[in-house]
Structures are given as C-alpha cells and as structure tokens.
Design a protein around this ligand. Structure first.
Ligand code: R5P
Length: 266
C-alpha cells in the first residue's frame, strides 16, 4: 500500500485507536430533502468538531461546506436512482475520480446491492472504482445497501461485506445484526456500522454503537440517529464517547443527558 493511500486511511480511521466516528449526511442522493437535513450546512456545523469525517455527495459538499473546513471527506460517488423510482439498486458511478481529487477527498464511497436485480452492475461499479482510485491512492468504502426484500441477518451481511473486501474495498459499511462478530470475522478490512432509521429512544442508538464496537466494528457511519435527534450535539458526543472512550451505554447515556441539560439551560 502506498504512502498516500495509508495517509488517507489514517484520516478516516484514527491511528491512535483504530476507530472512527463518521457523520453521514449523504441521504439526499436518493431520499431528497430528508427530515432535519433540509439545510445540511446548518445542521452539521455544530457537529463537525465531534466527527472524524463527513460522508456526503459533491453537490452538498460544494454548496454547504466552507472549503477552509478541516474535516476529512468521504465522498459518495454512486447513485442514479430515487426512493420513488422502480429500482433503487440500479446505481452507477456518479462522480469521476478526477472530480474527487479536485475536491481533495480522503475516501470515496459507493453502494453495492448484493442479491438484488442490479447486483452485477453495482459490484462492477465497485471493482472499477477501486481500480481507478488505486492509481491515485484513494481508499474506497463499500456500503452494503439492503433492498426492502433483503433480510439483514449475519449470513447476508457477511456475504456482502466479504464480497466487497474481495473486490478491493478498503473499508466496508454495513448494518449491525445478531451474530455481528461473524460478519467481522469474515471481512478482512475494517467495518463501520450505519445507524439506520432513528430509534425512538437515544439509548437504543447508543446500544447499537456499543454492541457494534464490542463485536469488532471499527466505528460508526451514523446519520439520522444523530442529526434527527432533538439534541444532535449531545448525541454525537455520546456516540463518540463509546467509539473513542470505551464508554458503556449507561455512561454514554449520562453524557447525553448532561449535554442535553447544558443545551436546554443555554
Ligand atoms: C445510506 O445509504 C446512506 O449512505 C447513509 O449514509 C447510511 O445509511 C448511514 O446513515 P444512517 O445512520 O442514517 O443509516
């Protein structure tokens, strides 16, 4: 692995502990103006100091983030389908590696849809992207997207993660599930977990992060459970304490409550 590639990966996964808190705000690429993410620049501003990297598309990067900001960028470069279209899995590469380089990104990300109608296409996207990005020392994060018809069990997620790694992904993002350690065991590259839809209670999202880390995840790539929270800064601080501070769910919940009270008192 060349120096540039290693350097970029070290910006995503913190070398001190091998962990990461990625803040995902790429949802609009197929969901449109998702609730609470209508104005991405505004919602993420207070969260940036607590995120190790930011995952988003080039359109939101250009329009919502000041270029002087000092946060590593994970650029989503796949898309082409919407939530109201017929085939969500029918994705292509939407951004060139040249543009990713111009945007000075630390990593590129794309979705694969294993088991879907467009499985082959999305896996070819991954292989092509890895080939192109290897030339410039840019790591690739594969997102194991799950169609409505797919079961999020460890057999399916282990299959998807392993295929992503076999095709050359440097990092994989997937979902937490029962027997998650088996997903991790079968995947030779670091795994980060998505948060999924917002849980009714913050403790549930904290527990997900805690259990994922306990069972071998390198961190989280979390979106809705942070920025759809009524107290997003409290939430990201609590998540961060689990990922980088080894907090228990109880300790992280206490951090959340303290931060919430501080916010309400201000
Ligand atoms: C989904 O495809 C997007 O890439 C999101 O980045 C991902 O789902 C993580 O966000 P959330 O924690 O809201 O699920």
């Amino acid at each position: 692995m060349d120096w540039g590639m290693k350097n970029r990966i070290s910006k995503i996964i913190r070398p001190e502990d091998g962990r990461t808190v990625m803040l995902a705000i790429d949802h609009g690429y197929f969901l449109g103006p998702t609730e609470k993410l209508e104005n991405p620049g505004k919602i993420i501003k207070p969260l940036l100091p607590y995120a190790d990297s930011l995952m988003l598309t080039r359109g939101i990067l250009r329009t919502s983030l000041n270029p002087s900001v000092n946060i590593p960028i994970v650029l989503r470069v796949s898309g082409g389908s919407s939530v109201i279209g017929e085939n969500l899995s029918n994705e292509c590469l939407t951004t060139s590696v040249e543009d990713a380089l111009k945007l000075n990104v630390s990593c590129v990300a794309l979705s694969i849809f294993v088991g879907s109608k467009y499985e082959h296409r999305t896996l070819k996207n991954l292989a092509k992207l890895v080939d192109e990005c290897e030339r410039f020392g840019i790591p690739t994060l594969a997102v194991t997207a799950v169609g409505k018809e797919m079961t999020r069990d460890y057999r399916y997620l282990a299959l998807s993660c392993r295929i992503a790694a076999e095709l050359g992904a440097h990092l994989v993002k997937t979902y937490y599930c029962e027997n998650f350690h088996k997903v991790v065991e079968g995947c030779p590259v670091p795994i980060v977990v998505a948060g999924g839809k917002k849980f009714p209670q913050p403790e549930d999202a904290l527990r997900l992060a805690y259990e994922a880390i306990e069972h071998g995840a390198a961190g989280v790539d979390m979106g809705r459970n942070i920025w759809q929270s009524d107290f997003p800064v409290a939430m990201i601080k609590a998540i961060r304490s689990i990922v980088h501070g080894n907090s228990t769910v109880k300790e992280a919940s206490e951090i959340f409550m303290q931060e919430k009270e501080t916010f309400q008192a201000a």
